[in-house]
Design a protein around this ligand. Structure first.
Ligand code: GRG
Ligand code: ZN
Length: 293
């Protein structure tokens, strides 16, 4: 049932374990072996052996290898050239050979190149990419997956994070985006992804991380959100669900923990809002926006 997103599942689980102070809980060699078993001859990674390579799973694979300090196990140039092959005329990126465009793929491509130390490969089109991302901002302050598409909290994350990496946050109206994000908090404390929707623990990440990057974390009530996230922890398994009483899963566990980490929760390793990786590790990276922090 989870084969189509297995690689990201591993990244979510491993990052959650890092936040919980148990980075070695999984067998390192088995993790690396699984990642390498999903490597395509073109340098991209699939979610599962014998699946098609995709930029989403290529980023998850690169993040896992970075978390395991094992990037030397792949040909970085080849993986970077797979990512580069997904770039289109207007500076946007598609996810794979089937050609879907989404700000998610711009973010994942840029973070991937950044971890590989190869961001300069897009120097010639970076202005067009920044314009494409900025053009996704709507009159309500939010962002959609392409210009003109409906505002959604997660798409704000996938626009703000690459602009933060590129050091170009000044190309959007950050206050308008933050205002739209601040309206995601419901009376019970939880956040939704767009107006009239139910609150969901994963939006603790999709909403809080862009607010953190834009310097407006205090535009929501952190104490009330903390209570909402904690109420979604399952007593028996320890995992977090989308909301109280539902079945827990690794997706809501990582993004609930990451939200708590951004809120400064005790005994959780700090998470980087731009990369969704432990801050202790991203300190080792270099990127154009780093000096603006
Ligand atoms: C490195 C953290 C990280 C991410 C990589 C894959 C990706 C980039 C970002 C995903 C962004 C995204 C679009 C997340 C959406 C997740 C989600 C809960 C979608 C649900 O959409 P609906 O419409 O939910 O089913 P609502 O809550 O609107 O009903
Ligand atoms: Zn969710």
């Amino acid at each position: 049932m989870t084969a189509h997103l297995r690689m990201s599942g591993l990244y979510w689980g491993l990052t959650a374990l890092h936040m919980l102070g148990a980075p070695d809980a999984l067998d390192r060699e088995a993790v690396i072996e699984f990642v390498l078993s999903c490597l395509d001859s073109n340098g991209g990674f699939a979610a599962h052996p014998k699946h098609d390579p995709h930029v989403l799973y290529t980023l998850s694979a690169v993040q896992i290898l970075f978390l395991c300090d094992a990037l030397d196990r792949i040909d970085k140039d080849k993986t970077a050239s797979f990512v580069l092959s997904l770039r289109r005329e207007g500076g946007e990126f598609v996810g794979d050979k089937y050609g879907e465009v989404d700000t998610r793929f711009i973010y994942t491509a840029i973070q991937c190149l950044c971890i590989l130390g190869k961001l300069d490969l897009i120097n010639d089109t970076v202005d067009k990419t920044v314009k494409f991302l900025a053009d996704c901002q709507n009159y309500d302050g939010g962002f959609g997956l392409t210009p003109g598409a409906e505002s959604h909290a997660a798409q704000i994350f996938t626009v703000v994070a690459p602009l933060d990496i590129l050091g170009r946050l000044d190309s959007i109206d950050g206050d308008a985006a933050s205002h739209w994000l601040s309206e995601r908090q419901l009376p019970e404390g939880g956040l939704n992804g767009r107006p009239e929707k139910l609150p969901d623990v994963c939006y603790s990440w999709w909403v809080l991380s862009p607010l953190a990057m834009l310097g407006h974390l205090n535009w929501i009530d952190g104490l009330k959100l903390r209570g909402f996230i904690l109420s979604a922890q399952d007593d028996e398994t320890g995992g977090l669900a989308d909301r109280k009483g539902d079945e827990p899963d690794v997706f809501h566990t990582i993004f609930g923990l990451a939200g708590l980490s951004l809120l400064g929760y005790e005994n959780l390793e700090p998470i980087d809002p731009t990369f969704c990786l432990p801050l202790a590790l991203t300190k080792k990276l270099d990127w154009p926006g780093k000096s603006k922090r």
